[in-house]
Write a new protein. Sequence first.
Length: 261
Amino acid sequence: MPTFLDKAWFAKRSEGAIEQQKWFIHVGSGGSVRDIKTPVHLRRRRAHEFMLRNNRESIAHNLRWIQVLGMSGDQVTAKAVQSTRLGRHLDPDEFWSTVVLFLSSNPMIDPALVGPVIDYVHHMRYARRRIVREGGGVDEAPAPQPSFTMKGRSATKLLRQVEAWHSHLARVQDVVFQSWQTCGLRPYELDDESVAGWPSSGTFCVKPENEGARAQMSCRRRDGHRCVVAPSRCGRLARSCSGRCRPEHGRGAERATQAAR
């Protein structure tokens, strides 16, 4: 019995954990590993490796190792994949198997870049975006490329795309919009050009729309820049945000919006 299957009994109760407990019972009762329906399809070579695994790492961690080696990948690539989100979660494997196959077939990819590649692929195919509307509020948008596929991709071009994406993240204007519990302030609106820490050329506005369970706050500049104000700074908004959202001469006014939803 592979020792890592013990993890099935210590995981948080879920459909996935219950399914993994069935794997444990099946293998412990003498059943063939190849008969269990794991997200990672276990052919003969993988099934043999499965039974030899003797560690206390997670089931996902071990299945990814087996998957990479079963696709003729090397141990360096397998360790790199294990250190990513794929080593922590058994996401829908029909697509992710193509990603693992791509990485296994391109051992020249620096192991340090395997994580960024998987992050990029996940972002393009699955990561929904939250877009701040002018004047407050948030809209959700689908992932940039929901039909993203590995078919026909070259390693060189993909790495260039990953590098460009990371460069974009470093200078992106639209930050991830955060939400948090309300700080207890009643709805109010303030427009004041003399708020402490703000130049007289700017206008500061805080406008909760209603008292809901969640509050959201962002700062927007008319030149397109945004920042997010930490909830702990709610009472010191002008001072805490002035360093990042101070109006630039000739650029126009700042606007901060707090909307309770």
